[in-house]
Design a protein around this ligand. Structure first.
Ligand code: ZN
Length: 286
């Protein structure tokens, strides 16, 4: 069993608890948007019966290797999971100039490129619960001897995510309405779920650095909108954010959609969601 990214790996590891441990492809500070496969990743894929990945809009690097897998391997594309809440990409820059309490996602793709889905689906806990059901079913089919265990583990995790969701909702209540900016647009699902007031992103995509003009516009908007925090990601360390916050009231703090700081495993998803919540609450209330 192989999972592409840490949060997905965490859910798979949780369902497999007591039976086995899945392999993880994107480790440490690698970004799924621009990952370079290592020989050990290729070997893990070749040996796998089941491969879980989010899908092409996220792990583009996996498209080709997955097509070259042996016939016995089953590839499960999580973004195709029925019942998921799916959102279109918002594009970069400030996406919500005038604030409304109803933080509704808006299509901001003004170029000729067709709208694509925001692939960071796991940051909505309800989506994570849908993923768990698929993971438990796929594992049960691949390994029927342990089906009862997979299903029981999956159900236990669903309940644990219910508790997590309630806790995060309560903790984040006090920072609703305080404006912030994210590094790249990875947190849309989280923001919507907990009605947070993200007003823009520094990068339109993690591979593309903002130009001087965008930086200038962002600085003006940070002041205008009273942005309290700029949230950086550990995968994309950048001096740019210091420049952006200078001369404004905004502070820089770190949140991480992958949870790279945590030991891969069943608890990693929960630790990541808790740590991001702590960072957001601390920075916005300081
Ligand atoms: Zn991302």
């Amino acid at each position: 069993m192989v999972a592409s990214i840490a949060p997905l790996h965490s859910l798979v590891a949780g369902v497999m608890d007591g039976i086995g441990t899945p392999a993880l492809i994107v480790q440490g500070y690698g970004s799924p948007h621009s990952y370079q496969m290592r020989p050990s990743d290729a070997a893990a894929l070749q040996a796998a019966d089941l491969v879980f990945w989010i899908g092409e809009p996220l792990e583009t690097f996996l498209q080709k290797p997955l097509r070259a897998l042996p016939r016995k391997a089953r590839v499960v594309t999580m973004i195709d999971t029925p019942g998921l809440r799916l959102l279109p990409n918002r594009g970069g820059g400030v996406w919500e100039a005038g604030h409304s309490e109803q933080h509704t996602p808006r299509e901001r793709n003004t170029g000729s490129a067709p709208a694509t889905l925001d692939p960071h689906i796991w940051l909505d806990p309800t989506n994570a619960q849908h993923l768990l059901a698929v993971i438990a079913n796929q594992l049960s089919t691949a390994d029927p001897t342990n089906a009862a265990r997979y299903l029981a583990n999956g159900q236990q995790l669903e309940t644990r995510i219910d508790d997590l969701d309630r806790e995060l909702d309560a903790r984040l209540a006090r920072v609703r309405g305080i404006p912030f900016i994210v590094f790249h647009d990875a947190f849309q699902y989280f923001e919507l779920r907990y009605r947070l007031r993200s007003v823009g992103s520094v990068f339109s995509s993690p591979e593309r650095l903002p130009g001087a003009k965008r930086v200038q516009t962002l600085r003006a908007q940070i002041r205008e909108l009273g942005v309290r925090c700029i949230f950086q990601e550990p995968q994309f360390e950048s001096a740019l954010l210091k420049t952006l916050s200078e001369g404004t009231a905004a502070r820089v703090a770190v949140i991480d959609p992958l949870g790279v700081a945590f030991q891969p495993g069943g608890d990693a998803y929960f630790k990541m969601m808790q740590a991001n919540t702590t960072a957001i609450v601390d920075c916005l209330t300081r």
